[in-house]
Design a protein around this ligand. Structure first.
Ligand code: GLN
Length: 614
């Protein structure tokens, strides 16, 4: 499984999405309807023409159009972050017992509580103040700093407070004071009301930009991990529940309409901001202070509606073809196997080309895609001795995908089939249970590369059907594919040119950067070719040669290391020159064998590419 790149490359100046956002920004800037919030006097000073749109992707890129760096107060959008913080800090049981999750159907500042005297949800003022109170009961004086720091981590930068807005709301916020006293009557909060409201008013006065909201949205869309900083801010549980309440109650008494039309969890604030978060896709932040009758930013709503429609972002309108996760399914009857085996072994493999089935998987293994894979592998008659599952291009396995994967190996695949996982560093990369299964005797193996997995499976086939066990005995030179077709005398003459050399395990025999003009015939032991970065590309067993490109004066493509103690016959290029003068026909045959081997490698590569793309 590949590791994702840390940073995504800078996109071109104007990608289609950026062009779209700029167009929205230009078009909707003409809409001057709505009013700037006045009930907090300081908010009334906002410039009604400001308009910014930002989108943050979950790979951590931010698109910006218009006034995306103008600071404004976060207001009610803070409620989403504070609710998630409370869930993580105090545990869901405690929070869910004190604050409901039902839409209220009323304005954000409604004083009404549920029949059981709990607030309807944490996105309206009653619930948000109660939520603040829960945190304050646990954190005391540190409460506001914790909230500020948490919102900052969500945005990926330090956020500060607009003192003027804070003071303004503090002196005029009687309605919230009424709510707080009501809550205290029913035990929803405790302690000094004004001290608590100071925390709440400060939380609402945190300064953000449209860009910040987009990044905060992307952190929520990314299961709580800020895609710019890589920091986990909230647990997956807290994020999913927060997005749920945002879906049903994030847009005040417009929430039902919103989720019906736009279909993206969102939260708006009377400062003119809207934060939208589409799980696993993007965060959207808009800023425009003119509000409609519900208190939602007019241009923000229009932007979200347009975006959702243009790119089909509605969370309940998803399309995915589960079959796309299975990119190839073949055995070696159609795709030729890797060349370079000794003739006897190759015959065994040719006769049993159906003994190994390869299934190449890619992308995301989720509940739905993995269920599809389990059905593709359901027929025991189609499961040969070895089933290679190549996971090299699997980007992620979700928990549910992992669960089905593990259960498939544990109880669906018959014991007569060995499962060989390719492209993983070890069994534990495919979940903690996989190693336990292997220890418990379930036949499952892991190899870092496709080649290593195929080779191992082939060795098993060869071994089971009477071929040589890897590493045992000394290979006979005449079994070498490169020397195929030479007479015994020619082989003996050739062998005299070379020197027998032994290497300890872990020696670099051939270096790609300092090539020595020598070819090595492996007589005993095992070697592996590794790329410059140390990735094992392939392993070789007695009977095969390496460094053979020296015969045609070509640079090496990889390093070769001994995996075990190794015995080789080393033949210098100059010795081969001499051999071609004394035995010209045999030398021509060797060069021809080399060409055949290279052609076979090429055919194998082409066939596999074909199986993967056809
Ligand atoms: N501070 C504001 C209030 O409590 C937040 C309201 C909002 O953004 N909807 O009234």
């Amino acid at each position: 499984m590949p590791k994702p790149d840390a940073a995504s490359p800078a996109p071109p100046a104007e990608t289609p999405l950026l062009a779209y956002l700029r167009r929205c920004q230009r078009d909707f800037a003409d809409d001057h309807s709505g009013e700037v919030a006045q009930y907090i006097p300081e908010l009334g000073k906002a410039d009604p023409d400001h308009f910014g749109i930002a989108v943050a992707t979950i790979d951590g890129y931010v698109y910006e159009a218009g006034d995306t760096d103008i600071p404004f107060t976060i207001q009610s959008i803070s409620k989403a972050g504070v609710f998630a913080l409370a869930l993580d800090l105090l545990g869901p049981d405690k929070v869910e017992a004190s604050i409901g999750v039902e839409p209220s159907g009323e304005a954000f500042n409604s004083i009404r509580l549920r029949p059981d005297n709990r607030p309807f949800n944490a996105m309206v003022n009653t619930g948000a103040i109660a939520c603040c109170g829960l945190i304050a009961a646990a954190e005391g004086d540190g409460t506001f700093e914790l909230i500020r720091a948490t919102l900052s981590r969500l945005a990926g930068r330090r956020l500060d407070v607009d003192e003027a807005v804070f003071q303004s709301e503090r002196t005029t916020g009687d309605r919230n004071r009424a709510i707080a006293y009501l809550l205290r009557t029913y035990g929803g909060i405790a302690g000094d009301v004004d001290r608590l409201l100071d925390i709440y008013f400060r939380q609402c006065s945190v300064l953000v930009t449209a860009r910040d909201l987009a990044v905060m949205g992307a952190s929520l869309a990314n299961q709580g991990v800020n895609p710019l900083t890589g920091e986990r801010v909230f647990s997956g549980y807290a994020v999913a529940r927060t997005l749920a309440v945002m879906s049903s109650s994030g847009m005040y008494d417009f929430a039902g309409e919103w989720i019906y039309r736009v279909g993206v969890p969102a939260k708006s604030g009377v400062g003119g901001g809207i934060l939208a978060a589409l799980p696993s896709q993007l965060g959207l932040g808009t800023f425009s202070p003119r509000l409609d009758q519900h208190g939602n930013s007019v241009r923000g709503i229009r932007t979200c509606e347009a975006m959702s429609e243009a790119f089909d972002l509605h969370m309940l309108s998803r399309q995915d073809d589960v079959r796309a996760c299975l990119v190839a399914d073949y055995d070696f009857r159609t795709v030729p196997a890797k060349p370079g085996r000794r003739a006897g072994e190759q015959r065994i493999l040719d006769d049993r080309s159906g003994a190994i089935r390869v299934v190449e998987l890619a992308g995301k293994l989720s509940f739905a895609t993995m269920d599809y894979v389990t059905r593709r592998l359901a027929d025991p008659a189609q499961l040969p001795d070895f089933l290679i599952l190549n996971l090299r291009r699997v980007a992620t396995i979700t928990d549910a995908g992992m669960r089905l994967f593990t259960q498939m190996i544990e109880s669906q695949i018959p014991a007569t089939t060995t499962v060989v996982l390719a492209g993983v560093d070890g069994l534990s990369q495919v979940g903690p249970r996989m190693r336990q299964l292997a220890q418990a005797g379930v036949k499952v193996r892991a190899f870092p590369t496709y080649d290593a997995a195929v080779e191992w499976a082939e060795d098993q086939v060869v071994y089971r059907h009477g071929g040589f066990a890897r590493g045992a005995g000394e290979a006979d030179l005449s079994g070498q594919a490169l020397l195929d077709g030479l007479s015994q005398d020619d082989v003996t003459a050739f062998a005299r040119l070379g020197t027998r050399v032994a290497f300890e395990a872990g020696t670099r025999i051939v270096s790609a950067v300092e090539p020595t003009p020598k070819v090595y015939f492996l007589l005993r032991g095992m070697v592996s070719a590794r790329s410059m970065t140390g990735v094992r590309i392939t392993t070789m067993i007695p009977g095969t040669a390496f460094g053979e490109l020296a015969l045609i004066d070509q640079p090496r493509s990889a390093d070769v290391w001994s995996e075990t103690e190794v015995l080789c016959l080393e033949v210098g290029a100059d010795a081969f020159e001499a051999f071609s003068r004394s035995h010209p026909a045999a030398a021509r045959r060797i060069i021809r064998n080399l060409a055949v081997l290279l052609a076979a490698r090429m055919r194998m590569a082409t066939a596999r590419i074909d199986a993967l793309t056809g």
